[in-house]
Design a protein. Structure first.
Length: 157
């Protein structure tokens, strides 16, 4: 089983959420939240700010911790075929953008970043992380835990 600890930014402004279009070398492009792997010895709080800057070109500040999502993705459901099952632990933060306009990631896999009306998200090919982050932002559960997000249709791991 593979494992990943990651930090994700949920940036909501004027009924819009900041999304990044991930365009991997193999597989289909899809929308996700800005964020990614927490590096060895890196604080997740610092990682989310770094990832927002790398992927979107925007400066950001963390406003609060929203919650933690821990899920095991069966091998058959992974976007990259042939890999083992995968355990992803995602730390979700409410983040506010304080400068710059979104831009593509230079020399990276984020093809574009865009403020997207929340009402339009359900029509996008997207990572399950988007739905988890929005659910946490909309409900702000006291425990920081959101229920399982069904995967299928336009939602993928």
């Amino acid at each position: 089983m593979s494992f990943r600890l990651a930090a994700y930014a949920v940036c909501i402004e004027d009924e819009r959420v900041l999304l990044a279009r991930y365009a991997p070398p193999k597989g289909e492009a899809h929308w996700t939240l800005p964020g990614g792997r927490v590096e060895h010895a890196e604080d997740p709080f610092d990682a989310v700010i770094r990832e927002v800057a790398e992927e979107t070109g925007c400066d950001a500040v963390v406003e609060r911790l929203l919650g933690v999502d821990s899920r095991v993705i069966p091998a058959a459901e992974r976007a990259i075929p042939g890999g083992p099952e995968h355990h992803n632990v995602g730390i979700f933060y409410q983040v506010r953008i304080i400068g710059d306009q979104p831009r593509p990631e230079p020399n990276g896999e984020t093809a574009e970043s865009a403020w997207t009306p929340i009402a339009d998200v359900s029509h996008l090919r997207r990572s399950s992380l988007v739905d988890v982050g929005l659910a946490l932002a909309q409900t702000v559960p006291a425990t920081g835990h959101v229920g399982s997000v069904p995967v299928g249709g336009l939602i993928q791991h």
